[in-house]
Each structure stands twice: as structure tokens, then as C-alpha cells.
Design a protein around this ligand. Sequence first.
Ligand code: ARG
Length: 584
Amino acid sequence: MLSILVYINMNLKNYLYKKIIKATILSGIYDTSYISLRHSNKEVFGEYQINGIIKIANKLNKTPTFIAKNIIHNLNIKNILYKIKIVKPGFINLFIHRLWLANQAELMFNSINFNIKKQTGTVIIDYSSPNIAKEMHVGHLRSTILGDTAVRISKFLGYKVIKVNHIGDWGTQFGMLITYLETNNILFNKKITLENLEKYYCLAKKEYKKNKEFEKKTKICVVKLQKKNVKYYSIWKKITKITINYNQNIYHLLNITLKKKNIVGESFYNDKLSLVVNDLIKKNIATKNNGSIIVFSQKFKDKNNKNLGVVIKKKDGRYLYTTIDIACLKYRCNELKAKNIIYYVDSRQKQHFDQVYEISLRAGYIPKNVKIKYHFFGMILNENNHPFKTRNGDNIKLLYLIHKVIKRTKKLVIKKNNKKSLKKINHITNIIAIGAIKYYDLSKDRKINYVFNLDKMLSFEGNTALYIQYNYARIKSIINKSKKYKFNQKNSLIITNGLEAKIIFKTLQFEEIVVRSTKQGKYHILCEYLYNITNLFSKYYQKYPIIKIIKNEIGQNRLKISILVSRIIKQSLNILGIKTVDKI
Ligand code: ARG
């Protein structure tokens, strides 16, 4: 008998997997590591396929069919399956009852949170983290977008999230800039913009390289700044303020949740740096070396195959990026008592974080139960597959890039909506442009580099934001049209054809997808899912009329399915930080 109202309240795949592992053990097979469960890629193979049986059979010197039969015999989910099939050379296909699927979807429909299991605990997410006195550039786009998605998805799953914008607001570059401003008698007034500051900073850097006197002054300035010298500190504060205001503007434009209060920059750790260095010396991890303080790595070698030396304090007293990140990690583990910390950083910083992690671990700053994840990402490239730079070799400014996309989007929107008011056009343009930038990034595996391609980004076809937003608008319009009629929610959802079965099965994978995306910090998994469910649904509404037959039961059922799918699409887009429009 089918136990229809037992909702499993966890992801379906996980539920089945656990049952299969149990059955495997009951069959006398204790090493279950080979067993895996996959979604079947063809309808004839049912919903799921159990893999790994051939390997087990080889190991135990038995036939795969013998092993498969044993597992099936012990499998305690027969009530939800209408067919279990052994397929040569050694797979098991599982076919789930449509009634059971429909009932799970019904329960999902009636729950507020898609019946997703709530997670507990706190997670710190370190992301965006641009440097002060410079405009944000294309290199900060991925960290900002990926990190913010991590924030939204973690919150959705129930985690308490601490967002941190670890801005680069400390170090030699400020000494250079302040020294430059001072030697050239440049005073702060209202007219000074971030663009000016960045220009001065570039000039300062050049001066620092060629002028020994300037270099000396800079170093003295840095040390004084680190000691919070009143004059220098006040200039530094002004520089920081100008940059932060500029960045907040970009966050607002990109629909990023970071607020000023989330800034805990490098400068925050200033008082903790000397303590850390002394502690590392005391613990015999750091040593004096030609006047500076160095930690010799036990894991990494330098060019000469000697243990790599990581400087944590320079001869002249300056501390480094590494020192700050060690103090920061110690603070997060020991003061904030974080159990989960995630960094969204460029893969080119991998070595830096490896060193920070190694030193912090040796110093005992990371308790055993703390999970630290470095979610590295690749670069954004130009059409020629080169890093995205201007002709002079500077990084492309993020604001420039955003405006470029907005400009192109506006043309497209005007073409489709020439009768709308300018205000409305600007509104739609913004949502589409920002959605396109974010989705294009998030739909790529974060580990790989990708080419910034405006045409692909703004295409109505394929796995793009526009495709999803367009179809979402269509579903919403059907749902809105149906509002004139009575909707009988009480009728339990049913599956009446193959396409509905596929759609419902997809809706039941939502939790599994969200959890997997979160674990790996890879949101292209969610994007792919979103694209597939949207695609299935677009086929559905083209094939099966809804409003025309809204008064009968089948029409009502179709409406219910449409509402469920629309909620999933909306929720997924929310997680990705992408807004929707009524009409495109
Ligand atoms: N400020 C750095 C940059 O612009 C990123 C900082 C990442 N976070 C950290 N804790 N180091 O590349």
C-alpha cells in the first residue's frame, strides 16, 4: 500500500541514498563507498539509477546481478517505487510512483519554505573585499556576486550569516598615497574624487619605485599610520570614506546586500598584529631573520627547494597582508567563535591562503571543529581570451563595465517596449542588465575562467537570465489571468501526463540542488536546475492550455503546478540576487 502522506522532509535523493546504503549493508556488503545514486538521463531508466554494483561484484568475485538482487531484496522503499529493474551490466533503475511524487509536491505546495530542512549554526562569509583608494575593478565582480549568493542561499537554508567586507585599507599603499599628497601639498576638499585619488596613487607608486627619498618617507609614514598618528590617521580616514561611499553605490546598483556595517577591513586587526607576531615567536614558529620576522613553511618550498620563508614583519616594523589574515583568522575562530568560515577569493591568492592556514594551524588558532572553506574562482577574460584590461594594462573598472551592459540592454528594452515611459524603460533595463551580469557569472563553474560576452549574456535563448525572466513573466501572466476564476486549492495535486511527471520530479529536487550548491559554493548547479525547470515548464504551457480549461479539474491542477513552479523560479532568482519584471 502506498503511504502517501509520509513526507520525507529532506532531500529525496539523500533519503533514497541512505535507504540504499542500509540495504547494501544488510546484504553483507560493508564497504559501501562504491555505491552512488544518479538521476537517470533517460525516461526508460526511471527516476534514479544505482551505480557501483559492478565494482563491488568484481571485488567480491560475484556476479553484478547477484549483488543487485540482494540489495533489492533488502531495500525498504518498495512502497514508493512501482518498479525496480536490474539493467545489464549491473545497474539498478528505480521508478517512483507518480501518486507518491504528486503527494510530495502537494505537501511542498502547502508549506511556507518548500518543506526544506532548516539548518542551524553561524557562518562567516568573507567576500567582495576591494582595496581602498582604488575604484572596484572587474576582479572584484566574481567575489562580490558569488559571495552575496552564498549569503542569500545560507540564509534561505536557515544559517545565521555574518557578512564581512574585508576591505584592503591598511598597508604600504596608504603610506605612498599620503606621502604623495603631503609632498605635493594636495589638500582634501570636497572636489576630491576617488578617480583623483587613484591617479595620485598611481603616481605615488611610480615615485616610490624610482625615488629612494620618497620610499623612505613612505615607510616612516606607514609605521606612523600603524601607530595611529593623528595627522596621518585623519587623512587615511578621509580616503577610506570616499572609497566606501563609492563602493556602496556599486553594491546598490548590483543589488548586493553588503552594508557599511559589514565592513571589517584590514585596519581592524592593527592592534592585534604585534600580539600575533610575538605569540608566533614565543611558540617557536616565527624567527628573526636579518632584522625581519619570518615563518619557515613546513609544507611549501621556494625556488631552491628550501622551506619557503613567509615574512610576517618587515625590518622597518611594517606588517604584511599575511600577518593581517592570520590575526583575522585567529579573531574569527577565537573571538567570534565561528564554526564555518567561507572566503570568496581569486584563485591567484591560493598560495597566500595556504600559508595563512598553515601558520594559523601550527599556532593552534584554528580549533578542530572549525570548517574553513576557500572558494576560489577563476578570471574574467576579454574576447581574445586574455585578462580583461585596458590598453594601458590597467584593470577594467567595474562601474564602466556595468554601464556598458546597461547601455546595450537599454537598446534592447527600447526595441521591445517603445511605447513605455522612460521611467519604466529604465526600471526594466536595470533589472535585466544586472540580472544578465550576475547570472552570466553565476551560471559558470566558479573554478574556471570565462569570457565576458555581451551578446551571450543578453540572449533570450539558452541558460541566461533573460530566458528565465522572460518565461517567469509568462507564467506570472497566466497565474494573474486565472485570478478572475475560482481556484480550488483543496484538490490534491495529480500527475496526468509524462511532462507533468518530469516537472513534479524536478520540483522535488529543489532542496537537493540548493544543498549541493551551498556545500560546493557553486551556483552554476542551481542555475542549471533553474534553466531546466523553466525549460520544461515553457514546453508545458505551450502544449497544455491552462486558462482555457481553468474551470475544470485538469485546468485547476495545471494552475497548481504553475504556481508551484513559479514559486521555485522566484525563490531561485532571489537566491541569485536577481529581480523579475512583469513584462519584457
Ligand atoms: N583585498 C583583497 C583583494 O582585493 C581581497 C581580500 C580577501 N579577503 C581576505 N581575508 N584576504 O584582492
